[in-house]
Design a protein around this ligand. Sequence first.
Ligand code: HXC
Length: 259
Amino acid sequence: MTPEFIIVSPQERPHIAYVQLNRPKELNALNLQLMQELRDALQLLDADDNVRCIVLGGNEKAFAAGADIKQMAGRSAIDMYNVDQFTIWDGIKKVRTPIIAAVSGFALGGGCELAMLCDMIVASESAKFGQPEIKIGVMPGAGGTQRLTRAVGKALAMEMVLTGKFISATEALQAGLINRIAPVELYLEEAFRLAAEVAKQSPLAVKMAKESVLRAFDSTLEEGLHFERKNFYLLFASEDQKEGMKAFMEKREPVFTGK
Ligand code: HXC
C-alpha cells in the first residue's frame, strides 16, 4: 500500500534511499500512522541489498515538530499503554543500514528524538532543536532524556528538557548533537554527500561498525571492546575485507559487493 504521510525513493542516488516525512501542513507532526509507515519503509529498505545508506528528511520549515499533540491530547495512560507506540520506535532502532537525518527548521520533541535515533544529523542553518514537552505538561518519551544527554552532556540537556528552550544549528554543532551545517538550499545535498561517503564503503563493515558504535551507549567499556573485537574478526570472513586490503596494496579503489 502506498504510504500517506511519507515519500519513499529507494534509489534516490546510487545505493542511497531517501525517505521524506510528508505532513507539511502539520509541520510533519508524528502521528501513529506516519510512524508505522516510516518503520515499515525503513525495514524494507534495510532488507534491500542495493540500499547502503538512507537519508531521512522533512521539508525546509520542519523536519518534525514532535509527536502529534492533537492525537495524544485526549488519551489516558491506559490508552497510551495499549497503543504502545514505542514498539514502532524500537523497530526503527533495529535498522542496520545507516540513517542520516537531514534537518531543516523544527526538530522538536519526538522530531528531535527521531533525528537522534538516526546515526548522523546534517542540519540547515535554520534548524532548531528542542525538547519542549515540558511546556505541554509532559516530558520526552522517545529517548530525549537519554540520547540528548549522551550527545550534549548534562548541563545543556537538563536546560533544554526542563525549560523547553530551542537551540540553533550552530549551538547543536558546538554541543556535538549534529555532524554538519549547510545553507538551507544545500543541506539536503550535503546529507546526500555524506550518505555517498558511507555508501561507497563495504556495506557489511558499515553495518557492523554502526552496531559497534551504538553498543558504546549500552555497555561497559569492556563489553563494548569485546563486541567490537568480535565484529572486527567477523569481517575477515567477508570478500569485501579481501577486496579492500588487496585494492589498498594495488593502489586502486576497492569494489565492494557486500559479500
Ligand atoms: C500536532 C502540530 C504540532 C504537533 C505543529 N502542529 N506542531 N500539530 N502536533 N506537535 C500544527 C499546528 O497545530 C498548526 O496546525 C500547524 O502545525 C502549524 O503550526 P503553527 O503552530 O501554526 O506554526 P508556528 O507558529 O510556525 O509554530 C511552530 C511551532 C509550534 C513552534 C513548532 O507549532 C509548536 O510549538 N508546536 C508544538 C511543538 C511541541 O510541543 N512538540 C512536542 C510534542 S510532544 P493548525 O491546523 O492548528 O493551524 C512530543 C512527545 C514525544 O513530541 C513523545 C514520543 C513520540
